[in-house]
Design a protein around this ligand. Sequence first.
Ligand code: URA
Length: 448
Amino acid sequence: MQVDAERQSGEGAGLIRAAELIERKRDGQELPGREIAELVLAYARGEVPDYQLAAFCMAVCFQGLSTAETFALTDAMVRSGETIDLATMLGRRVVDKHSTGGVGDKTTLAVGPIVASCGVPFGKISGRGLAHTGGTIDKLEAIPGFTVELSREQFLSQLREIGLGVIGTTANLVPADRKLYALRNVTGTIDSVALIAASIMSKKLATGASAIVLDIKVGNGAFMKSIETARALAEAMVALGRRAGREVTCLLTEMDQPLGRAVGYALEVREALATLRGEGPEDFTELVVELSARLLAMSDLGVDQAEARRLAGQAISSGSAGRTYERWIRAQGGDPDESKLLRASLIREVRSPRSGHIRRLDARAVGLAALHLGAGRRRKDDPIDHAVGIVCLRKRGDVIAEGEPLAEIHASDAGSADEAVNAVAAACEIGDEPPHQCGVLLETLGGS
Ligand code: URA
């Protein structure tokens, strides 16, 4: 398909113009799956320009996609490149997890080593940062030397030897998501159930994981602001997985405040490492153990939830998860030595303006403050600063005295540090009464 130039598409599906599809979707029409597939495959081949796909995605954000359209989009994204059937090639049930994106969400960095150290292969395609949320691939690239681009053979042999591999989408592996993901990030077109479901599930289906746990973030720092939209996303992804014969469980988890304390790439790697040593923040550790236990219980180990939870805890306390982390990072060319992670040149404290209970720590505002420090992209190819970020020293429910430090700002210059100090102070609400507290896990859907 060519912008305005009609020609027979590679799919043999006839003559369609991208602009017409955009108009029809804008007007709320349901499009035949074949036409959606043509558009996406042509985009992946570089035959449709970014601006038309951006307009199409915006129309989808407003009008949504039907179940059939979402299936067609996901299938086309998987077919845009090669696939790796890990389960067949390893002769094992391979497990995978994916988060819909949150602030301070570094769970893969801890869950992967825990699950692999329990003897279950964990192979995964991750994404980069989206909007105010940080991506696993960007976090891994904060580790000196680490590469997220492995050949199919390297990925497979690493999974055989270490049981753990995390890669990014490539020109061969789900290239349609690679391009769309970067485009959506800078065109205000992330927040769509259909686009998120297709983006995540195309990556999961392309690598053939047998059991998938999806961590659907809910709250003001997430793309799903309400429990209802989070449920709708869970249902869409469970349906996509079921259709492809995969077992999918969705955990709906809280994202009104940052997960853990660290927000920013190198800072989050350090926090994941602390968690693997058993020294992580409570909420983050709770989620890491929950996700790991779910994955182990869905694996071919034949253990129930209680035993899976015990195994996950033991992997941390025995140090075996930490050792697996080191082997994994080395295998992908990185240096696992924590002291080699970048440090920001400037650290400023945010001090509490009053005494009281922390009632709210606005996740989106903290995520945006980190982004403005240099931890995110405004344009597709913007470089990011792996050293900068925020450490939330106090979180919702904590008691604080006037003048005590609320957070640390890690910055590269005084101007951005001052801006972040003000933004984080404004993100924190302190009152006389303790807030209503809830755990990190809100609901579970799908699976057993
Ligand atoms: N994670 C993804 O992989 N894709 C999205 O669209 C959102 C979060």
